[in-house]
Design a protein around this ligand. Structure first.
Ligand code: COA
Length: 261
């Protein structure tokens, strides 16, 4: 197995891997499983100076076939966040995910911790992280959804054509709207999902009705909130999934990988 940083030639295979690896139930809600993720990553790869904190690792076989992908973001000088990791179905349980994480640890000096968020019901991933010494920090997020109400009047969207173009290319986008005299960020994921960035927007019936009028294909709103911030009223909405934050010292990972612990 070869572990290295991603190159542009890897992008088509990485995109296919990302689109197919995650649970079908979660794919509609995730930006990275949309059709244009390859183009999105290509833009990031082409402009590393604009994304200096991001690192993209791949695992390949001898013939350069991509078998695994891992994306890390440095949150600070000493802490990385593992944003995505996935391994081709026919290469699982061969140590590829472990190798991707170990490769990143070895290639970074000064990094002390890795953190991540894992869906609580994703037992292969939870097992992987426990094997490497990750433990829960006690924090987590809850992903809530609700159906959009019937359409009302259209919203005023800033740079609407740019947002529509990004959505067409990537299959997801962010956009800004003027709402009650303030500018607000929202997002689209796939055809049907509206991404809200706070419970205030998610609970605003009139805003959601206006989004429905503006983008008639959008039928469902999603918000991701710190589990501790939820009150009983919010949990009336269907919970899509819960995620758990886990963290480990880099030294622990290296000990586990080398069999010293
Ligand atoms: C989770 C995932 C990345 C693991 O990749 P992998 O290359 O198969 O993992 P590894 O072979 O490195 O596994 C290392 C250890 O993790 C644990 N583990 C991995 N997959 C497991 C599974 N399906 N069931 C139980 N334990 C598992 C085991 O302890 C394993 O060691 P072992 O095989 O010696 O018992 C892979 O299943 C995947 O791509 N899943 C879909 C995408 C995803 O859910 N990503 C995680 C997002 S947080």
């Amino acid at each position: 197995m070869i572990y290295r940083y991603m190159q542009s030639a890897d992008l088509p295979e990485v995109a296919t891997l990302l689109r197919n690896s995650f649970s079908p139930r979660m794919r509609p809600y995730m930006a990275y499983t949309q059709h244009g993720i390859g183009s999105f990553l290509a833009a990031r790869l082409a402009h590393p100076q604009s994304f200096p904190q991001q690192f993209f690792g791949v695992a390949t076989d001898e013939s350069e076939r991509v078998l695994g992908y891992a994306e890390f973001t440095m949150n600070s000088q000493t802490e990385a966040h593992l944003s995505y990791i996935c391994v081709s179905e026919d290469a699982r349980r061969l140590g590829v995910a472990k190798g991707l994480i170990a490769h990143f640890c070895e290639s970074r000096t000064g990094m002390e911790y890795i953190a991540l968020d894992v869906f609580a019901d994703n037992s292969p991933a939870v097992n992987l992280y426990r094997t490497l010494g990750f433990t829960s920090t006690g924090e987590g997020t809850t992903w809530l959804s609700r159906r959009l109400p019937p359409a009302s009047a259209e919203l005023k969207v800033s740079h609407l054509t740019t947002a529509c173009a990004a959505h067409g290319v990537y299959g997801f986008c962010e956009f800004h709207v003027d709402w009650n005299d303030r500018e607000m960020k929202l997002g689209r994921i796939g055809v049907e999902i509206l991404r809200c960035f706070s419970l205030g927007e998610f609970g605003d019936h009139n805003l959601l009705a206006a989004v429905r009028a503006t983008f008639p294909d959008v039928t469902q709103a999603l918000v991701i909130v710190a589990s501790g911030d939820l009150d009983a009223e919010d949990t009336i909405c269907p919970v899509i999934v819960e995620s758990t934050r886990m963290k480990v010292r880099v030294g622990t990972v290296m000990d586990r990988v080398s069999g010293n612990a």
